[in-house]
Design a protein around this ligand. Structure first.
Ligand code: SF4
Length: 380
């Protein structure tokens, strides 16, 4: 082939692909309307390869057919798709929520942007294992079974404040897979070596669970104290810092007193952030009515602590209203800790719900508060 001749092979779809694309285009032109909804593209062997949402489905779907191959992702998806289906939903929130649930369920390989929103937020994750520690992660990571505090903005400040907390309570902050060896552990194996370069135990900032310097129950008690502080239960970690600040001030060491004051401020601000998140999560508890194109399309979302617990057609009769009230009571009867934690698998949903009502404050007027029962465990 002459080097000047244009290679058209991969750019021109095979006849059969071309026919499939033409059929999908005809379907969109004939039947799709500019209403909110979700769509999915499925390959010839039945794999759902992409799920998307739009406020205006017809316009969005038609844009795939104008996309250029191979430059545009849309054109690449379309080439692999054998069928294109869509579902009309009452509004953009319904579409966003349905898209999220479908992506979680089907994990289509082209939906790489699934944790897009979560990546912009920082969370504090509690590690598992014999010597738990807090660590800051961006998004919810891949551990959907973990528990996360958040979402926060500003991972760096968060890390700094957690470092203070670890220092004051002697908690570890080394790698998650660092071997631990507690004082009450039988000496069957030689003591593991610390993280190279870590002198936190020597300088009194870590209890030293890696070198048998603390019993497991002592370490866990300190860890619990840190959690309780973050959940607003007490002020214990601030007491030694306040004492040191006063002592430095009495000794006219104002520089050290200022360092202590800054540490106290960082910890207080961390605790305030946790309190704000607790409040924000609690305030995201309501029913949310969404109107559809026709009265029978309207839906009511039952949202508790930022998570959609149920979705039902909006009641139109007294009996349907009673059924919804019963459902609300059922959901509320489940005891939940009212702290700033979100289960890992629900982080994306909390972010979606919070972002929706932040960007659309008028929508909040359509919500009806639900009363969280007195029996709910309040950890604050
Ligand atoms: S002293 Fe040991 S447990 Fe503490 S942070 Fe360092 S390596 Fe980790």
């Amino acid at each position: 082939m002459s080097p000047r001749r244009r290679r058209r092979g991969p750019l021109t779809p095979p006849k059969e692909v071309e026919m499939r694309i033409d059929n999908m285009l005809a379907l969109v032109k004939d039947t799709a309307r500019d209403l909110p909804g979700v769509y999915r593209m499925t390959s010839a062997d039945g794999e759902v390869i992409y799920v998307g949402k739009s406020k205006a489905l017809r316009t969005r779907l038609l844009s795939y057919f104008r996309a250029q191959f191979p430059k545009d992702k849309g054109a690449r998806i379309l080439r692999e798709a054998a069928t294109l289906e869509w579902e009309i939903l009452p509004n953009e929130f319904s579409a966003l929520h349905r898209e999220l649930r479908l992506i979680k369920l089907l994990r289509p390989r082209y939906n790489v942007a699934m944790k897009r929103d979560a990546r912009y937020h920082a969370f504090v994750r509690v590690s598992r294992g014999p010597a738990p520690r807090f660590h800051v992660v961006r998004g919810a990571g891949t551990d959907e079974t973990g528990t996360y505090y958040g979402p926060f903005r500003g991972a760096l400040q968060l890390e700094e404040a957690l470092r203070e907390l670890n220092d004051v309570l002697g908690l570890r902050d080394c790698k998650l897979d660092q071997p631990m060896h507690f004082a009450d552990q039988p000496d069957l194996l030689p003591l593991p070596s610390r993280t190279p370069g870590c002198i936190r135990h020597e300088i009194g900032k870590c209890l030293g669970p890696c070198v048998g310097a603390v019993r497991e129950d002592e370490y866990l008690a300190r860890f619990r104290a840190a959690k309780e502080f973050l959940e607003g239960a007490h002020d214990a970690p601030l007491a030694p810092l306040r004492a040191q600040m006063e002592a430095s001030s009495d000794a006219l060491d104002f520089e050290r007193a200022a360092v202590m004051r800054d540490k106290i401020k960082r910890l207080e601000s961390l605790r305030e952030q946790f309190a704000r998140i607790r409040f924000a999560l609690e305030s995201l508890s309501f029913t949310y009515d969404v109107k559809g194109e026709k009265p029978e399309d309207a839906r009511t979302y039952l949202i508790r602590r930022g998570r959609v617990r149920d979705e039902v057609p909006t009641p139109r009769t007294a009996a349907e209203r009673r059924a919804l009230d019963q459902r609300v009571a059922e959901v509320l009867s489940r005891t939940e800790r009212s702290n700033a934690t979100v289960p890992g698998h629900e982080v994306d949903e909390v972010l979606l719900v919070a972002a929706w009502f932040r960007k659309h404050p008028k929508e909040l007027k359509k919500t009806k508060a639900i009363e969280v029962p007195k029996g709910d465990v309040l950890s604050a």
